[in-house]
Design a binder for this molecule. Structure first.
Ligand SMILES: NC(=O)c1ccc[n+]([C@@H]2O[C@H](COP(=O)([O-])OP(=O)(O)OC[C@H]3O[C@@H](n4cnc5c(N)ncnc54)[C@H](OP(=O)(O)O)[C@@H]3O)[C@@H](O)[C@H]2O)c1
Length: 298
């Protein structure tokens, strides 16, 4: 495949998107941002920002003329509607499409049956149809839990010294920081041949809840931790039952995500085999991990 030079990013103003814009501009890609509405000061003046209608193939096709690759980082709630963007990419002659997914266990076919993950499978199947029709190529990036989210309190409450351990707390999971997810995307686009039509894995660090808990206890031995345990399968079941009963709230979605992404080997959350080297992503050091934990211990 010829070199990828120009890249359009959808969802660029979001939590992950801003890091992707930074990584791709630093890697000298020509970046075009596709947005529903321009936000003053959101991007450097050098970034080409285009307002589009994400429900219109015509609007998107016009914006994608001359673009080599599309990186979608649209919100989780918009994953389902990426088919319009994919249609436009195919018509405009885009060579590579990276869909918004960036999950932990989302590439394991076993989780397709869970409603929370179904939209990303729908999109992966749709992309494969386009490949079969010779229209474009895809890459899905699996990155594990965003490292910044690991420290936001969902896995351990560092400040309140509370831990709800799933199973025994030893389930391993991969995690990657937002800047390194951006770097990994740049790495994919710099290596279009070896990354085409496959899942690429990046894993900055493999963690367990107990590992983080032990680091915290060693750093600040004073202060007792309140520790409880819950089987990951029970948490998943709770989430699925609530969803069946019509509760689509964020806490319910999180139960399903945690019940699968923190179930260790059951759904393949730890990427012992990964593409770090190809993507130019280095593993996190123990010292840096300690620093991250200590910042959360007040
Ligand atoms: N692995 C993890 O731990 C983890 C954690 C969180 C999220 N994720 C995944 O990462 C990806 C990005 O998530 P995020 O949290 O960065 O997203 P986000 O900040 O919630 O949203 C990203 C952008 O999507 C655009 N957007 C919102 N609704 C849209 C719609 N209906 N159609 C088109 N664009 C829309 C908006 O950009 P404009 O207003 O500029 O159009 C928004 O700024 C998702 O696939 C999500 O599932 C992974």
């Amino acid at each position: 495949m010829s070199e990828i030079k120009s890249v359009a990013i959808a969802g660029a103003s979001g939590t992950l998107g801003v890091h992707v814009v930074k990584a791709l501009t630093s890697a000298n890609f020509q970046v075009k941002v596709l947005t529903r509405s321009k936000k003053p000061g959101a991007f450097d003046a050098s970034v080409d920002v285009v307002e589009v209608d994400f429900t219109s193939v015509e609007s998107l096709t016009a914006a994608l003329k001359g673009v080599d690759a599309v990186v979608s980082t649209v919100a989780g709630t918009a994953i389902d509607s990426q088919n319009v963007l994919i249609d436009a990419a195919a018509i405009a002659g885009v060579k590579r499409f990276i869909p918004s997914e960036y999950g932990s266990v989302t590439t394991n076919p076993e989780v397709e049956k869970f409603p929370v993950y179904a939209p990303s499978f729908k999109i992966k199947h749709y992309l494969q149809e386009k490949v079969n029709a010779g229209q474009l190529t895809w890459t899905v990036l699996a990155c594990g839990a965003f490292l910044e989210f690991v420290f936001m309190g969902g896995l351990l409450d560092f400040a309140g010294r509370k831990a709800e351990l799933l199973d025994e707390g030893d389930n391993r999971f991969s995690s990657t920081s937002l800047p390194n997810v951006g770097k990994a995307i740049a790495g994919i686009l710099k290596n279009p041949d070896v990354t085409q039509n496959r899942v690429v894995r990046v894993s900055e660090v493999i963690l367990t809840q107990n590992q983080l808990l032990k680091i915290a206890q060693r750093l600040k031995p004073e202060g007792k931790w309140e520790i409880s345990k819950l089987p990951a399968s029970a948490l998943l079941e709770e989430g699925l039952d609530a969803l069946s009963a019509g509760d689509f709230s964020f806490p319910v979605i999180m139960k399903i995500i945690k019940g699968t992404a923190l179930a260790g080997d059951k759904y393949g959350a730890a990427y012992d085999e990964n593409d770090n080297e190809l993507l130019g992503v280095k593993e996190l050091t123990e010292e840096y991990l300690k620093k991250l934990v200590s910042e959360k211990l007040v």
